[in-house]
Ligand binder design. Structure first.
Ligand SMILES: [Zn+2]
Length: 60
């Protein structure tokens, strides 16, 4: 099976990540654009842009 690397959702850079090297919920940095990404799931790896700013659900 060919290894399919995940793409950065911000810049579409193919990030050479092995699913054995990351854990779900782990944060990695995109080597291309430097955005912080969260590993949403493994196998296949799915990435999402992590919010650097604190995002809290608050009832006002
Ligand atoms: Zn990127």
């Amino acid at each position: 099976m060919a290894a399919a690397y995940p793409f950065c959702p911000a810049c579409d850079f193919e990030i050479e990540l092995d699913e054995l090297d990351v854990d779900r919920g782990e944060r990695i940095g995109c080597p291309e654009c430097g955005v912080t990404l969260t590993v949403l799931r493994i196998s296949p790896i799915e990435l999402d842009i992590a919010d650097e700013e604190v995002h809290e659900w608050r009832d006002s």
